[in-house]
Write a protein that binds this ligand. Structure first.
Ligand code: B12
Ligand code: SF4
Length: 427
């Protein structure tokens, strides 16, 4: 008797996980797998939605696990349980396995980078023919055209949560020192053709005017390319005035463009997460390209005139260039900018980043307990710049006390001015 081929796609949970949103990476894997073998049984299991992954049905199945750095301990635990339960094999994908494949040798195979170049088909063919999985699979990134759509049940599953993510473009040329996305997706922005994104939006019933769902475009730098404006125009034309809540990450430069703001304001209700990162602009300009000459306060002042655009200011703390009173200065900056919401991360030396390599070389990394690499923990020796430009050291506890103080104070302040009280929780 031919045994049914089964693919389980697992998104591991981790303690500081934010809100649930089904992974576009796993949706892409499901889509390609269904295209390769329409008879394959595919089940996405997101631990934040479904609870701990149950291994009772994995015998003979292929188990795929996606992992950001903070998910890695849990991902390995799941892999070990799946193997004990008789899974045919485990394959890891996503940013951390791509950058540190050797860490997974004892647990399963690794598919590095994106799947669209053909690497997933190689994995599936090995499974189909009963061949042992290779240690690694890799194919270079390619154009994002004619991508298959996932089976309808996967999109129904994704629609169980308020936030519906869709991959519209990948790759980023900016090369910020704290980011490693170029290793997975390259340094050029690759867009999916707008008609194909529109087809996915319609197939997933995301343009039907439901005010309770949010569509997140996962482009890292929305607004930087003309295609993004074409996408917004197409969405607007399709909506014909129906409600549409959308969320993107965006750089300050795109927001200096009056036409872009006008267009964004005319397409439903948007939430723009603006990567400002730090009030200390000279220091930051050494870590992030293209920010010189743009005054964040002026940009935010302009955006506040647009009633349908809400802003979330993205900040990051922990750079050596910050002064000892960085917490107080950051609060003053938030008060000056008056965004509708704020997200403050702690600088984290993710593997593959320039900052990670620097801190490693300076022997300042405390540990590699990846579960704490979630931008909520300080995992390295924090230095700051004194008035005479020499560097001082701040203890872990002093830093965390300052960080928690800042989060609490910012939350109290934002409530005073935010045009959207639902946004005032500092994340
Ligand atoms: C959307 C997103 C989120 C969503 C998560 C949605 C979800 N459920 O997956 C939200 C907003 C919740 C989120 C939060 C965080 N995120 Co985030 N996020 C992203 C973002 C912008 C897009 C990811 C995406 O969907 N891309 C589109 C899909 C199609 O691409 P992909 O995921 O790379 O998948 C492809 C391949 O990797 C591969 N693949 C992926 N998984 C698997 C699994 C298998 C089995 C296989 C075979 C292949 C495979 O195939 C896919 C198709 O080619 C990335 C940046 C980026 N551009 O990737 C950051 C990014 C992944 N996030 C990051 C971080 C740090 C976080 C946070 C921990 C902190 C923060 N910055 O806010 C939080 C907390 C996480 C949580 N779970 O709550 C970092 C990760 C760094 C690292 N080394 O871990 C990134 C890279 C941002 C950055 N610039 O540094 N994030
Ligand atoms: S803009 Fe965002 S995605 Fe691009 S390099 Fe910087 S942090 Fe990474």
């Amino acid at each position: 008797m031919v045994k049914e081929k089964k693919l389980f796609l697992v998104y591991p949970t981790f303690p500081s996980g934010l809100f649930a949103s089904v992974s576009p990476g796993l949706l892409a894997v499901a889509a390609h797998a269904a295209q390769y073998n329409p008879g394959l049984m595919i089940k996405i299991w997101d631990e934040r939605l479904d609870g701990a992954f149950e291994v009772d049905k994995v015998e003979g199945a292929l188990v795929g696990i996606s992992a950001m750095t903070a998910q890695v301990p849990r991902a390995k635990w799941i892999a070990a349980r799946a193997k004990e339960a008789g899974a045919f094999g485990v394959v890891f994908g996503g940013i951390h396995p791509t950058i540190c494949p050797e860490e997974f040798r004892l647990y399963g195979a690794v598919l590095r980078g994106e799947i669209e170049g053909g690497s997933l088909v190689q994995v599936l063919a090995d499974y189909e023919h009963g061949r042992p999985l290779a240690l690694e699979y890799y194919t270079p990134v390619g154009p994002l055209e004619s991508l298959p759509l996932a089976p309808p049940e996967c999109y129904d599953y994704a629609a169980r949560v308020m936030d519906n993510m869709i991959s519209d473009a990948r790759g980023c040329p900016l090369g910020c020192s704290y980011c490693s996305i170029h290793i997975v997706s390259g340094t050029k922005i690759r867009h999916r053709p707008v008609p194909e994104i529109m087809l996915e939006l319609k197939t997933r019933k995301l343009l039907e005017g439901n005010p309770n769902i949010q569509v997140t475009f996962t482009n890292d730098n929305f607004g930087a390319s003309p295609q993004d404006r074409t996408l917004l125009q197409s969405v607007k034309a399709e909506l014909k005035g129906r409600a549409f809540r959308w969320f993107v990450q965006i750089g300050l430069r795109s927001l200096t463009n009056h036409n872009f703001l006008e267009l964004a304001n005319s397409v439903g209700q948007s939430k723009l997460a603006v990567g400002v990162e730090s009030p200390f602009r000279d220091g930051l300009s050494l870590e992030k390209k293209g920010i010189k000459g743009i005054d964040p306060a002026r940009v935010f002042e302009k955006i506040q005139k647009y009633p349908n655009i809400r802003t979330r200011l993205l900040l990051m703390l922990g750079f050596d260039f910050e002064p000892s009173d960085a917490f107080e200065q950051m609060l003053a900056f938030i008060k000056q900018i008056q965004p509708d919401g704020v997200y403050i991360s702690i600088l984290t030396p993710f593997p593959g980043t320039k900052i990670g390599a620097k801190l490693e070389a300076e022997e300042r990394i405390f540990h590699k307990n990846w579960a704490h690499y979630d931008t909520r923990h300080l995992v390295f020796e924090r230095r700051y710049t004194k008035n005479d430009n020499s560097l001082g050291v701040m203890s872990h506890d002093e830093f965390m006390t300052g960080f928690n103080w800042l989060v609490n104070e910012a939350e109290l302040e934002i409530k005073k001015w935010s045009r959207f009280q639902a946004e005032t929780q500092v994340l």
